[in-house]
Design a binder for this molecule. Sequence first.
Ligand SMILES: *Cc1c(COP(=O)(O)O)cnc(C)c1O
Length: 373
Amino acid sequence: MSVPLLDLKVQYAPIRDEIRRAIDEVCDAQGFILGPKVTELEQRIAAYCEVPAACGVSSGSDALLLCLMAAGIGAGDEVITTPYTFFATAGVIHRVGARTVFVDIDPLTYSIDPAQIAAKVTPRTKAIIPVHLYGQSADMDPIMAVARQHGLLVIEDAAQAIGAEYKGHRVCSFGDYGCLSFFPSKNLGGFGDAGMVVTRTASRLETLMKFRNHGMAPAYYHAYVGGNFRLDALQAAVLLVKLAYLDQWTAQRQVNAARYQTLFQASSVAGLVGLPVTASWATRHVQNQYVIRVPAARRQALWDGLKAAHIGCNVYYPVPLHLQECFAPLGGRPGDFPESERAAQETLALPIYPELTAAQQQLVVDTVAALLA
Ligand SMILES: *Cc1c(COP(=O)(O)O)cnc(C)c1O
């Protein structure tokens, strides 16, 4: 028996006919760019995130980029985020010409440590991008408090956390903008790249929609320089079908997370494996990744051993962003963000996808235990 990190084929099989009919509808209509499926998806995702407005875009990365452009953030500005996230979160800040200012993570949730934000705010700071990592909300109340105190925008990176809740409310309903990714491996994945910006401020929608389409309105008149960040109708058609199953898949992810917790606690290596922690504020954790910690000196062997046993696993993320070659001009040094660096050295993501079976999970835990024994 092998256990993949993610198995999209088993998710596709039972909904194959439904998806192919939805794709056929788009093919028969021959309308591929934006259109009624995209509008319907925008309305459904906005409602899902408890906000009034949404703008479908070409990827999660473009969602983040679009927010910064629409907010007029650029050269001379600073944006705060963490160095322990997927590259895009900080990459987009650089792409608009602004400066990334990193703040370390809270080691339990892997999200930005709100207590360390205020010290990094300068007169140039324009926005904070908290990341809801691995499917769990960042601690939004203190983040919003710092933002309000200093007049900063908040752009929630919820690429890994669609449907997650903070104190009973959906992520993306707290900040000025929320960014979602429909990359195939995210909890709601398309058949290619796709994303969405949602906003609780409906008046921001018009600007987002202009910047999504070259800053153009009306046709061939450009008051701004935007880009082509449009969402394809085919992706929207697929995502509309899959959205109906998202809560059921999330529930299965939660069952799997609880089962791992029980199995690891009963295992011989219970003391050696750090299990994921759900914060008290994270009232709905959507379990995009199940990430354990082991002593840094033992991780490589565990990673290699699992691969040799045909058990999928991965390290998100091996190099914190302040130590990435491309960000060397920002002057980051080892030791600057100790919790991000420790997480980069100790963590390992195990399979958690909805269709994972109890027998597969038992095998994963037994194999981890054998390798660490
Ligand atoms: C996946 C991801 C993104 C980027 O989304 P894409 O759709 O791949 O462009 C941004 N931020 C985080 C935290 C992500 O996990």
